[in-house]
Design a protein. Structure first.
Length: 110
């Protein structure tokens, strides 16, 4: 899947979508990134990543129903496509191979 290279941020966004399952929309993705990784991101950075992932066919989205508490605005919900899941699997396998290839890896505390 050479054309579906994942950057680190794109990868964690996709993993977060999978964690959130049916509740993955902009605000919940942003909150989950902060909660699990203590990582803040701007709405713009998240939107850019989501747009790029959709263009690559790695995620899809659909609009939810209108909600009175949101002033009638609808949420855009995201899901990871099968192609996206395959890209995540390949990225993990590549990293695992590199970790296993490191000779005598240890963290020495000084």
């Amino acid at each position: 899947m050479e054309n579906n290279y994942l950057g680190e941020f794109q990868e964690i966004v996709m993993l977060t979508i999978l964690v959130l399952e049916d509740n993955a929309y902009g605000v919940t993705i942003k909150k989950e990134l902060k909660k699990r990784l203590n990582r803040d991101c701007s709405r713009g950075a998240l939107h850019t990543a989501l747009t790029r992932l959709q263009k690559k066919g790695l995620i899809s989205s659909e609009m939810g129903g209108a909600n009175a508490t949101r002033g009638g605005r609808r949420k855009r919900y995201y899901t990871v496509t099968n192609t996206g899941k395959l890209s995540l699997k390949e990225a993990k396998e590549s990293r695992d191979q590199l970790w296993k290839a490191i000779p005598n890896f240890s963290l020495k505390m000084v």
